[in-house]
Design a binder for this molecule. Structure first.
Ligand code: PGA
Length: 255
């Protein structure tokens, strides 16, 4: 199978520029060349400096954690996809559950953000995932289906092929409570089936689907060994170089 395996670090609102530069330098020092693509997603203001730092390292790239859907204008405090791209970043995390929850991002807003990112020739890392009450009610698949239909499935196949998906059950984010390998595999398989029905099985098989939510060096291997799990979107554990590197080295092939 020639799906890309990816480990992305979502630094969230952590790290001053100095701390972030130290962390990125330490990751660079320990990173071995491999076929795993590694993406650092620091706060916006670090992107340009880190871009200079990582230049020339083939399997390392940068992503933003959000962007606005408009090209430019009177949107104080916002950052456009073109601005993200101009720093050297090539990915944008969109629809993270913290943005959906605290910043009221809706499916229709996210669809516009997805278009804005793709129009710049860079890739969205599109997050989806259910809250605890949906998991307990057994409606997790409906929730994820609605998120994908609302935010991504308006794309044509060519545009969709540039998208990375991250399944992040909200109850597992920052809680230390990881989805079991069976729960992760079941949902990733479901997402791949949705893509297959909307587009085709070839595109579904080529789509990278990451797991996120309390992924750490102790559980990454069993999660990444699942047939439909192609890597991880890592929060807390991406802030420590040793943990992040251990996660990157957790794919079955890299043993
Ligand atoms: P966590 O966060 O690894 O700290 O649970 C993951 C995420 O929010 O992307």
């Amino acid at each position: 199978m020639n799906r890309r395996q990816i480990v992305a670090g979502n630094w969230k609102m952590n790290m001053t520029l100095e701390e972030g530069t130290t962390l990125a330098s330490s990751i660079i020092e320990k990173l071995k060349p491999s076929q795993t693509s590694v993406i650092l997603c620091p706060p916006y203001i670090h992107l340009h400096s880190l871009s200079t730092l990582i230049s020339g390292i083939s399997n390392l790239s940068l992503g933003a954690q959000n962007c606005h859907f408009e090209k430019s204008g009177a949107f104080t405090g916002e950052v456009s996809a073109a601005m993200v791209k101009s720093t050297g970043a090539t990915y944008v995390i969109l629809g993270h559950s913290e943005r959906r929850e605290y910043f009221h991002e809706t499916e229709s807003m996210l669809a516009k953000k997805v278009n804005a990112v793709l129009s710049q020739g860079i890739s969205p890392i599109f997050c989806c995932g259910e809250k605890l009450e949906s998991r307990e009610a057994g409606t997790q698949e409906e929730v994820v289906r609605t998120q994908l239909e609302g935010g991504l499935f308006h794309l044509d196949a060519e545009a969709f092929s540039k998208v990375v998906i991250a399944y992040e059950p909200v109850w597992a984010i920052g809680t230390g409570k990881t989805a079991s390998k069976e729960q992760a595999q079941e949902m990733h398989h479901f997402i791949r089936q949705l893509i297959s029905h909307r587009y085709n099985s070839e595109l579904a098989n080529l789509t990278t689907i990451l797991y996120g939510g309390s992924c750490n060096p102790g559980n990454a291997h069993e999660l990444f060994s699942q047939p439909d799990v192609d890597g991880g979107l890592i929060g807390g554990a991406s802030l420590k170089a040793d943990d992040f590197i251990a996660i990157i080295n957790s794919f079955p092939k890299s043993e």
